[in-house]
Design a protein around this ligand. Structure first.
Ligand code: ZN
Length: 165
């Protein structure tokens, strides 16, 4: 297993699989608001629970031109066959960007910031952000989605190291 050394800290919880939130109560909804604030402070477009040490199935997004969104216990239930390549970065791997191929569109269901169930069809940048954040719930980083040689080259170019566990 490879982990990425981030500023001297090994972000092990980023490699864990998040568990479902058993009770979507007020404290969970408050946490989702705090995550939105943290995301905006970091000028990010998405933030997942494991990135803030809360290894549960929750993430938030803010795609350009879109509203703030909260996804609790989300499930991607459909992905398009069409794929697109887009450059991604991550608040947990600051300053590193790489092009990643993913489905162009998705259908996702989950519970929102009010604790109500919803289903959403997304494409474009929102679909991209959702898939990136959804990966965080499974311990997958965007750099895991590109081949090893390219990943090493990219990290080297950014002066980062990959360390094997
Ligand atoms: Zn990320």
């Amino acid at each position: 297993m490879d982990i990425i050394t981030l500023g001297g800290r090994d972000e092990l919880c980023l490699k864990e699989t998040a568990s479902a939130i058993a009770d979507i109560n007020d404290s969970v909804l408050q946490l989702s608001q705090a995550m939105l604030e943290t995301m905006h402070e970091g000028k990010g477009v998405g933030l997942a629970g494991p990135q803030v040490g809360f290894v549960k199935r929750i993430f938030v997004t803010h795609a350009q031109g879109d509203q703030d969104r909260v996804f609790i216990n989300p499930d991607i239930i459909q992905t398009s066959l069409e794929t697109v390549t887009y450059e991604e970065g991550c608040l947990s791997i600051p300053g590193v960007y790489a092009e990643v191929v993913r489905p162009a569109g998705i259908v996702i269901q989950g519970w929102n910031e009010k604790g109500r169930p919803f289903k959403l069809t997304a494409e474009g940048i929102l679909a991209r952000i959702i898939q990136h954040e959804y990966d965080h719930l499974r311990g997958v980083l965007f750099l895991d989605r590109i081949n090893e040689k390219r990943r090493e080259r990219i990290l080297k170019s950014y002066g980062r190291k990959i360390k094997s566990l």
